[in-house]
Design a protein around this ligand. Structure first.
Ligand code: ARG
Length: 587
């Protein structure tokens, strides 16, 4: 069995059985175990239980203590304050637990799988066809990718959906223009780059828009094209497909730069639900969930009102018969629930779309598509701000292109790597620069809780000190260099050795990796994992300052400390991978 019971779960079980033996009615109660500064753990749950049982809390605590089995894991337990329990873990147990994680041949560090995994459909990384990607798309991709890794790590069945914006009236204009200028999307050479694809699209978009605004006859032709597109005219659809294909070349190049795997089969854009739209409307109208109002098909909500006090409806079908964003999302829900058999629908989308999702989810609930067994959640993220605290814009007031920003991060990171590099070739500097730069951008995004706005500050992001991915990557690389220097001597656990305070602190924290991952996955909160990893690196730094590794007193101690170093490295590597960040072996 590869999965390891963490020390805190183990202590939890010890306390729970002592508690039930003392107070049978407390069976199943939570002893409220926490890490503590005074001892290794503190349990605060007895206070409330004593109150309920009308008992003296200190006396109850003393009775529980007398029943706790000490020895193997719990070295010492005592009552403190009004009825808390202070628990000290045996050094031996710390080392043994880490050793069990270390030998887990699956590389999971003994982290167990969820007992009852479900199916989650996650909607993330959804840019728009024929448009530049901006920082908002970055957030969705980075947060979504990490949540995918976290959920899959716990054993959840995850289906990814990239709901790209590939439908809408602007395509009438674009297609008509391309039809009249057929070679605009041709490529100069066979190896098309993402940048070339984007500049083609950009040029075509601008030219089409110019003609649309200045030429009435073109405008009429463009409008007719929208109708053709919606009617499924073959030639028009083929033209539309060209835009989608060209955009995908660009998207894939950006995702590659982001060091992120996005699969073509998971890209199901708005157009993918066209065949369902009419039926979605019919179902909503027949069940009375939606009603006709001035020709449009609408859903009303008691608590959603506009500034004039009138209810704001969700418009499922416009009065001219056209379908919009809401009809598509409602159809996607039906697909995800009934075809993909999801238990959870997760949407990693900008907080500014919160009202849309509130209305869409409520509509789906009324229609019976969502219920207690199938839930939908928007993992809403905040706005990316510039250093000045205002929404991130270029000096000219335009939205910043995602690629420019990544390139700049990579440049800065390469400079940092070059400065510190000792034995790296130019090629290695370029490769590490990319891993450090992209890692820095991802980490800055993931280390703040998603719903908060965050400041995009490249200087801070690539700093070697403080809560940055660079700091974590250097900690990892430093350990690798120690392990290389150890040469013939291999890491090995020696549970019989007494541990230094700094070793205990590091060891206990490493052992709680499983809990952290469980919590971060359950709450869709990568920032909790980021905070944990930062703490790993900090505790490692103080361990390293206080405890000589290669020059420890005895050969056994050298091996044991190398072992602690290696468990730290593996935890950093695993944890960073769950955030989508690389840990280079040498920096
Ligand atoms: N393409 C949209 C945008 O750029 C995001 C799509 C979000 N997902 C969804 N199912 N509506 O804002």
């Amino acid at each position: 069995m590869a999965s390891v019971t963490s020390l805190s779960d183990n202590v939890q079980q010890h306390l729970a059985s002592a508690l039930t033996a003392t107070l049978p009615e407390a069976a199943g109660a939570d002893p409220l175990l926490r890490r503590s500064d005074r001892a290794d753990f503190q349990a605060n749950g007895i206070l409330a239980l004593a109150k309920k049982a009308k008992a003296n809390p200190r006396e109850l605590a003393a009775q529980v203590v007398s029943r706790v089995v000490t020895g193997d894991v719990i070295q010492d337990v005592e009552v403190s304050g009004p009825g808390f329990l202070n628990i000290t873990i045996a050094d031996k147990a710390i080392t043994e637990n880490l050793a069990a994680r270390y030998v887990d041949e699956t590389g999971r560090l003994g982290v167990p799988f969820a007992e009852q995994p479900g199916t989650t459909v996650i909607d993330y990384a959804q840019p728009n066809v024929a448009k530049e990607m901006h920082v908002g798309h970055l957030r969705s991709a980075v947060i979504g990718d990490s949540v995918v890794q976290l959920l899959e790590f716990t054993g959840e069945n995850v289906v990814r959906r990239h709901h790209i914006g590939d439908w809408g009236t602007q395509f009438g204009m674009l297609i008509q223009y391309l039809d009249e200028h057929p070679h605009e999307l041709d490529h100069k050479d066979a190896r098309v780059t993402g940048e070339e694809a984007m500049s083609n699209l950009d040029r075509l978009y601008k030219a089409a828009r110019k003609k649309f605004d200045s030429d009435e006859e073109f405008k009429t032709r463009a409008r007719r094209r929208v109708v053709d597109l919606q009617a499924g005219d073959e030639h028009t659809l083929a033209m539309w497909q060209k835009f989608v294909d060209e955009s995908k070349i660009y998207f894939f190049s950006v995702f590659e730069k982001l060091d992120m795997e996005i699969r073509d089969a998971d890209i199901v854009g708005e157009s993918g639900y066209n065949d369902m739209l009419a039926e979605t409307c019919r179902l909503l109208e027949e069940s009375g969930v939606a009603v006709r109002s001035e020709g449009a098909l609408c859903v009303f909500f008691d608590d959603i009102k506009g500034p004039d006090g009138n209810p704001v409806p969700l418009i499922v079908q416009k009065s001219d018969g056209g379908y919009g964003y809401a009809a598509t999302d409602l159809s996607a829900i039906r697909d995800r629930v009934f075809n993909l058999k999801a238990n959870t629908l997760l949407y990693v989308v900008d907080a500014r779309q919160a009202l849309h999702f509130r209305m869409v989810f409520e509509t789906a609930r009324r229609a019976g598509w969502l219920n207690d067994d199938v839930t939908a959640v928007q993992l809403a993220f905040g706005t990316v701000l510039g250093k000045d605290g205002k929404p991130f814009k270029t000096r000219e007031g335009e939205t910043v292109r995602l690629v420019d920003l990544l390139d700049e991060a990579i440049d800065r990171a390469s400079a940092v790597v070059r400065e510190k590099a000792q034995d790296l070739s130019e090629e290695e500097i370029a490769e590490r620069g990319a891993q450090v730069g992209v890692g820095a951008v991802k980490y800055a995004d993931l280390s703040t809780s998603a719903n908060r706005d965050y400041k995009f500050d490249l200087d801070q992001m690539v700093s070697l000190n403080g809560d940055t991915s660079v700091y974590l990557q250097y900690a990892y690389a430093r350990i690798q260099s120690i392990l290389r220097k150890a040469g013939e001597v291999s890491p090995a656990a020696h549970p019989e050795l007494a541990l230094h305070e700094a070793e205990r602190a590091l060891g206990l924290h490493l052992d709680s990796f499983a809990e952290t991952v469980r919590e971060a996955a359950a709450e869709y909160a990568p920032h909790k994992l980021a905070a944990y990893l930062y703490q790993v690196a900090s505790l490692y730094t103080s361990f390293y300052d206080k405890c000589p590794v290669l020059r420890a007193e005895t050969p056994a101690q050298v091996e044991n400390r190398l072992f602690l170093c290696d468990v730290t490295a593996r935890t950093l590597h695993r944890g960073m991978a769950l955030l989508g960040i690389r840990t280079p072996e040498k920096l």
